[in-house]
Write a new protein. Structure first.
Length: 666
């Protein structure tokens, strides 16, 4: 099935246009296999009715003169149209000197066809037309099932490119003009209004705001920006307007470099050989050498060349079991269906098979192990005021704000059943906090950083060490209380980590967040190791280093910053609630936003592999019996396997393989 891998198994794509081309061509191949299967199956019905062996078995007489010619004509159509992908694949594999399933199928159908034409039209010997037709039908069906279960070319690069806005507001002579991003040049000034995406990599020259870079860097906390600070294309501006000087455009931008990282990692990714390919290579050697030895042995025994040739052809046709063509695809189809019911989608089958060998699972933090939203973890009174009152007043101040910290505070107050009345005279102070009047008293809720000169960090050392975000409630410049917030750890994450460790895997975390936050999360979950303040290209580098040390690594993530690492890992797993980029870069997609499903993936991969090995055993076991009998090993005892009897054994093997595949359980 190298041909199949060439068509559908690669992950490398170029720019978006070539990615689209790969996707469409894969879909076209699936449709092509289906058309060939339907055409061949329809013609197989009259071939069965016209075949002498079938007619003898059911007691049918010759139906009309010239039926041999009709049989040859129908079989020729099936061979030429239905068998073409295998003939083409056979020549491709031979050209590359890597014979596999395509060579085995191509040899079997070609030998059966040409010998049968000769037998039907000239020698009067037994033909193999119905075996030929059913073999092509089943192999086409097997390949169609397999291709349907494998996702085509990745669209990751297109999805990343879509993150960038196509236009920007350029400042010219005191006015503003909207221009395509491609027209911007280093040194240009652009205006970015609240809520808009930043179009280029640049430097803030005017204004203050907080910018959400979580999808690019993994930093969960919006980053405060003031004149002199750098900004990244694709990040989202918060509550203030920014004037930005363009520093990088086009290929030099951060997002473009991430695109290049993904592209390179995809192209350099090695492909594993299919189990069925290895079995097919062995059976190709067995079929060809067995056929040759059989023919030579019978001729040396004094039998006619026609008898020897018939025995040799029987061996070669029987050596290509229908069951081998279905052994892997049927298990893949069943496991893919089970996976979908369990809440994960298998995009790349070869990576899914490799999941059984994993020894390390690396999680992204934000949105994967954590909720990706701020929650209140600590409330510390700094004056004579209760924790609940501090939280209630803070929620009143933040009730009208859309900032992530505000949402976390309001949510915490609502969960505790506190009464929230929006503050009067509300005012947002970009990069610092908010102020307003609650029940006739003026309060401010400010970030600790903006207060460093006004307040000591008394009692806050532990929260600071944990990397938590701290806001201080003040009235008349007197600190009343401190609220600690953090990206909340999911309850499911604890169970996921525990289960994976019980299965014998190491669990690690990569994050763009600071070391304090990373250490706090790692302690909460009992992780084996963690890496903090990691940029996207460094994430891919850490995964690559783990693999160089001989570790089999899965990467689990949900952001653009994870895309290069997802591709670099042995198995890339995307959380379904994440970005399209992460999903398109991954081998497996978790539909539910639940890290516990990672253990389910690995468990199912192990069971799937065991079932594949069992099926290959049944498929190859058929050969161990059928080939010697077809060659005539027991001829002296009156036992000679006819093609029809061989086909019956073949059918039994196929049924066993199909039933065994269905026995796969989650």
């Amino acid at each position: 099935m190298h041909d199949m891998h060439d068509m559908a198994g690669t992950r490398g794509v170029g720019v978006s246009r070539s990615g689209m081309h790969g996707h469409h061509s894969h879909a076209a191949m699936i449709r092509d296999y289906w058309r060939r299967f339907v055409f061949s199956t329809i013609l197989t019905v009259p071939i069965l009715l016209l075949s002498p062996g079938i007619r003898e078995a059911v007691g049918l007489e010759t139906m009309f003169p010239g039926e041999d010619y009709m049989l040859v004509g129908l079989a020729s159509l099936v061979y030429a149209y239905g068998g073409w992908p295998f003939i083409k694949g056979m020549f491709r594999e031979l050209k590359r000197r890597i014979p596999g399933m395509m060579v085995l199928i191509g040899v079997a159908v070609s030998v059966a066809y040409f010998y049968s034409v000769f037998a039907a039209l000239y020698s009067g010997g037994k033909s193999f037309f119905w075996e030929l037709a059913t073999l092509i039908d089943v192999m086409l069906l097997g390949h169609w099932v397999e291709m349907r279960s494998v996702m085509g070319a990745s669209k990751a690069l297109e999805e990343i490119a879509r993150l960038l806005p196509s236009t920007a507001r350029r400042l010219v002579d005191g006015g503003v003009e909207e221009v395509p991003v491609e027209e911007l040049r280093p040194g240009d000034l652009v205006l970015v209004r609240p809520g808009e995406k930043i179009p280029v990599d640049g430097e803030v020259v005017e204004g203050a705001s907080s910018v959400d870079e979580s999808m690019l860097t993994g930093e969960s906390m919006p980053v405060g920006k003031k004149p002199g600070d750098g900004v990244i294309a694709g990040s989202v501006n918060g509550e203030g307007s920014l004037t930005i000087r363009v520093l990088k455009t086009g290929r030099d931008t951060y997002v473009s470099q991430v695109i290049e990282l993904v592209r390179r990692a995809q192209e350099s990714r090695s492909r594993t050989q299919d189990l069925a390919d290895k079995a097919a290579l062995l059976l190709t050697v067995v079929a060809l050498s067995g056929g040759a030895v059989t023919m030579a042995a019978w001729m040396l025994a004094g039998r006619s060349i026609l008898f020897a040739l018939e025995r040799a052809v029987t061996v070669m046709v029987i050596a290509c079991p229908h069951a081998l063509g279905l052994a892997i695809p049927l298990v893949v189809a069943v496991s893919t269906s089970i996976a979908a019911r369990q809440g994960f989608l298998v995009r790349m089958r070869d990576a899914f098979e490799k999941a059984r060998l994993l020894d390390t699972v690396v999680f992204d933090k934000t949105g994967t192990l954590t909720k990706g939203e701020f929650g209140v973890t600590d409330i510390l009174p700094l004056a004579d005021m209760s924790s609940e009152e501090i939280l209630r007043i803070a929620a009143c101040l933040e009730a009208r704000s859309e900032h992530p910290i505000a949402a976390g505070i309001v949510r915490a107050a609502e969960e505790r059943g506190l009464k929230i009345r929006p503050a009067q005279s509300f005012k947002a102070m970009p990069g610092r906090g908010v102020e307003g009047v609650v029940e006739g008293r003026h309060y401010r809720l400010l970030s600790l950083q903006s207060l460093k000169e006004e307040i000591s960090s008394r009692g806050l050392e532990e929260l600071l060490e944990q990397g938590k975000t701290i806001v201080i409630l003040l009235s008349d410049d007197k600190p009343l209380g401190a609220i600690g917030l953090a990206d909340m750890v999911r309850e499911e994450s604890r169970e996921a980590v525990e289960t994976l460790r019980e299965m014998g895997l190491r669990v690690a975390m990569l994050t763009g967040d600071n070391k304090g936050v990373a250490h706090w999360v790692a302690e909460q979950l009992g992780l084996d190791e963690y890496y903090a303040e990691v940029l996207p290209h460094e994430k891919a580098g850490i995964i690559a280093e783990m693999r160089r040390k001989g570790r089999r690594v899965a990467m689990v993530g949900d952001g653009i910053n994870d895309a290069p690492a997802l591709v670099e890992a042995d198995v890339g797993i995307a959380i379904g609630a994440g970005t399209d980029v992460a999903i398109e870069s991954a081998d497996i997609v978790l539909v539910r936003n639940d890290p516990r499903d990672v253990a389910s993936v690995i468990r199912l991969a192990r069971k799937t592999y065991r079932k594949m090995v069992e099926n290959l055993f049944w498929a190859a076991g058929y050969n161990a019996i059928a080939i010697p009998l077809a060659a005539g090993v027991l001829y002296s005892m009156g036992v000679l396997l006819t093609p029809a009897a061989g086909a019956a054994l073949m059918s039994l093997s196929t049924v066993i393989v199909a039933v065994n595949a269905r026995l796969l359980k989650p």
